[in-house]
Design a protein. Structure first.
Ligand code: HPA
Length: 274
């Protein structure tokens, strides 16, 4: 695997002179963050050697190298979900590439269902922690010490220092936000009412189908992580018989787009000072 990753990185380094320390994964409905990036190079996933190829036609995704407020970043437009059929190795291949590319910080966003009864569609939740309910672990198998240790501690997976800076940025810009625990689930079904109650009972505030594998691998590699959920549907609705649709998820995530753009832009500047 390491040789394949090194080949991927050699190609990427030949395509850009930027050497960012910050990576960003642009989640569902949050592509608008791209407007904040001064793009230097864009590379479709399909052109990157050994990179994961999309199973969805017309949704190939691309890797963007550019700057936000003068700070170099590498951004993934399009991520890989376990429910699409990828192996956990494939889902988290980009994080291993990030490590070899010299990335030190990872910022991610996702669309998620709100479990906390106080959450409404369009809310932003800064992720304090996660509960991993995926049926397979991205670090299962022989451990490669180049990246990290066999039994990684997960205590500070959502880096507290970055989190504190995110709270200051939000306060400074009057961005309303919640905090809480993200439950990572394989999907692709949305929750039944009984599952909603169960995820709430075990301590979840939001639930979604991404992020957890990415954070596990990035944190294992020593990359400091930060994550945000956009509440796209309040699962309290499920209790009232209101159904969740993908279209609605997209619409509600758009509401939070402007806040998120500001939050991520200013946080990139703060992280650059770390
Ligand atoms: N459940 C799981 N994943 C999701 C949801 C949800 O309600 N909304 C957006 N992603």
């Amino acid at each position: 695997m390491l040789q394949r990753i090194e080949a991927t990185c050699a190609y990427l380094k030949s395509k850009t002179s930027l050497r960012p320390e910050i990576a960003i994964i642009l989640g569902t409905g949050l592509g608008g963050l791209v407007e904040e990036i001064k793009i230097e190079t864009e590379i479709p996933y399909s052109e990157i050697p050994n990179f994961v190829q999309s199973t969805v036609k017309g949704h190939s995704g691309k890797l963007i190298f550019g700057t936000i407020a003068g700070v170099p970043v590498m951004a993934m437009q399009g991520r890989f979900h376990f429910y699409e059929g990828y192996s956990m190795q494939d889902v988290t291949y980009p994080e291993r590439v990030m490590k070899i590319m010299g990335i030190k910080y990872l910022m991610v966003s996702n669309a998620a269902g709100g479990l906390n009864p106080e959450f409404k569609a369009g809310d932003i939740m800064l992720i304090t922690d996660h509960i991993n309910l995926f049926p397979e672990h991205p670090l299962r198998g022989k451990n490669d010490e180049t990246f990290g240790t066999r039994f990684p501690d997960m205590n500070n997976a959502y880096n507290r220092d970055i989190f504190a800076r995110a709270e200051s940025v939000a306060a400074k810009n009057n961005i309303p936000y919640k905090k809480g625990v993200y439950v990572g689930n394989q999907g692709p079904t949305f929750e039944t009412v009984a599952e909603y109650k169960y995820f709430r009972l075990i301590g979840g505030d939001t639930v979604g189908m991404s992020t957890v594998p990415e954070i596990i691998v990035a944190h294992w590699c020593g990359i400091k992580c930060f994550g945000v959920s956009i509440v796209s549907n309040a699962l309290g609705d499920a209790l009232n018989g209101i159904e969740t649709s993908h279209e609605e998820v997209q619409k509600n995530t758009n509401m939070a787009k402007e806040y998120l753009k500001t939050l991520f832009r200013d946080l990139v500047v703060e992280i650059n000072k770390m």
